[in-house]
Write a protein that binds this ligand. Structure first.
Ligand code: HEM
Length: 457
């Protein structure tokens, strides 16, 4: 254990003195958290933020206790959830009865069976969305990675998950507004104790973007709520939902859930796929194995089909390892309802716990050479026997991500579709740092040049 740890703390509790940790937390919060996580090495530790002292829980056993075994005692409430709650009200991202009801309505869209049924549509949408990259490749023009990944993900998600009900004009309003919401909320997310009456950077942009989203989403609700059609998409499920006594739901509830689903299904996938390119640039041997597998499986017509997924074993491992190093849902807080004990440490009712796959995925006592990008960690023989909560990019327990199958299929299709047609040249990982906010975005714009494989597409 590091010499920075306060050894006078009670047994079983690791403390980091405020005077040492606070300046570093302000300067580079993620680096400092990572350093503390490494030093505590799986023991629960308290983050001294002055006004608040949340516990940080990283050991896989403890994570399992909070997210699953005692999930009813550790709820998604408190100041950390306030910005999201303000934005998305009583949606699937809430807690208790409101969450349960929304979840019951939306879950059927995401069953393995339904995801399987929409894979054809998803593959077609991905192939179409990847095609325009050919123009930039032909001219040797660099692309901006995050907006391009966002475009491909948005086009796919709108077609498949929202039943193609969002028009191009509406998408052109929603997408930049969602992007603005995701970035402008960062300050509130990092300073959750700050009263709303005190203005913070980003507040005005946030309000304006929410207004644009509201105008567009309420317009969609008005257009479709009476006749949503027969589809199995998110929109149809929300418009068709009824309360237990048979009443239709208010427009506001549909809007809250549309916004929650649009945010969770686009921002996460876009940011995860953005990290892939600097990682591949830094690991040419991984890239070569990917090219080889994709070339062999997808073949010369360079059109990815659902049946290819079964044979894209290495693509799957790369996507899994990508989310180990960059779990874009990097931290999710809980509040203790009643007193509890975690790893021998007493937790008082009302205290906040921070769960972070980013920290757990980087623990040396859990992962061999944790900072190395090594997709073969997910080869069946190496993954066998691993703790269920050593790897949890999608959370766990009752709130486990309902979009995880969609993400896996979509990410593999996008990766295979791009690399069956192009070879990328991106800056290596060392040139880019993650910056914390609601997700784990890169701290700068990443440009990439694509070259067409074989005849220009
Ligand atoms: C890289 C991709 C993704 C990551 C890393 C991710 C991560 C997560 C995590 C960590 C949670 C748990 C939050 C908690 O316990 O408080 C979660 C929940 C959720 N995710 Fe995802 N997610 C991803 C993609 C998606 C997609 C594609 C969708 C929808 C299509 C989605 C929809 C949701 C929803 C609705 C919840 C809330 C579930 C509940 O509380 O019952 N996510 N996600």
């Amino acid at each position: 254990m590091s010499s920075q740890v306060d050894t006078n703390a009670p047994r079983g509790v690791v403390n980091f003195p405020l005077y040492r940790s606070l300046p570093r937390l302000i300067k580079d919060p993620l680096k400092e958290l990572e350093r503390m996580g490494r030093a505590a090495d799986g023991e629960i530790f308290q983050l001294d933020l002055g006004a608040s002292r949340p516990w940080v829980v990283t050991h896989p056993d403890h994570v399992q206790q909070v997210l699953r075994r005692e999930a009813e005692n550790y709820l998604r409430e408190g100041v950390f959830w306030r910005p999201l709650r303000t934005l998305m009200g009583d949606s699937i991202l809430a807690e208790r009865a409101e969450w349960e009801f929304s979840k019951r309505v939306l879950q059927p869209v995401f069953t393995t069976r339904n995801v399987h049924a929409i894979t054809d549509q998803m593959a077609a949408a991905v192939n179409t969305a990847v095609e325009p990259l050919g123009a930039a490749a032909a001219m040797g023009r660099p692309i901006q990675v995050l907006p391009e990944m966002g475009r491909i993900v948005n086009e796919t998600v709108i077609k498949v998950l929202f039943g193609d009900k969002i028009s191009t004009a509406e998408a052109e309003l929603l997408i930049p507004a969602m992007d603005e919401v995701a970035t402008s909320i960062a300050c509130r997310f990092l300073l959750p104790f700050m009263p709303r009456a005190i203005p913070l950077p980003g507040d005005r942009a946030f309000k304006k973007a929410v207004q644009v989203m509201d105008d567009t989403l309420f317009g969609l609700v008005a257009r479709y709520r009476e006749e949503p059609g027969p589809g199995h998409d998110i929109f149809t499920a929300l418009c068709r939902a009824r309360t237990p006594d048979g009443r239709a739901l208010p427009d506001q509830w549909i809007r809250d859930n549309l916004l929650a689903m649009f945010a969770t299904s686009t921002e996460t996938t876009t940011v995860a796929l953005t990290w892939l390119w600097p990682l591949l640039a830094a690991h040419p041997r991984v890239a070569e194995r990917l090219y080889d597998e994709i070339g062999r499986v997808v073949g010369d017509d360079r059109v990815v089909r659902p049946e290819h997924l079964r044979d894209l074993e290495y693509v799957k491992r790369v996507v899994q390892e990508l989310l180990r190093l960059f779990p874009v849902g990097w931290m999710f807080p809980r509040v203790a309802v009643r007193p509890g004990v975690i790893g021998g440490v007493p937790i008082k009712a009302g205290q906040t716990l921070l769960i972070s796959p980013f920290l757990t995925h980087r623990l040396a006592s859990v992962w061999d050479r944790p900072l190395e990008f090594d997709p073969d960690r997910f080869a069946p023989e190496r993954a066998a026997g691993r703790h269920r909560y050593a790897y949890f990019p999608f959370g766990g327990g009752p709130h486990q991500c309902i979009g995880r199958h969609v993400f896996n299929v979509e990410a593999q299709l996008i990766l295979a579709s791009i690399l069956s047609r192009f070879r990328p040249v991106a800056p290596p990982l060392a040139a880019v740092e993650p910056r914390i906010g609601a997700t784990l975005r890169p701290d700068r714009d990443i440009e990439m040049i694509l070259t067409a494989v074989g005849p220009v597409q």
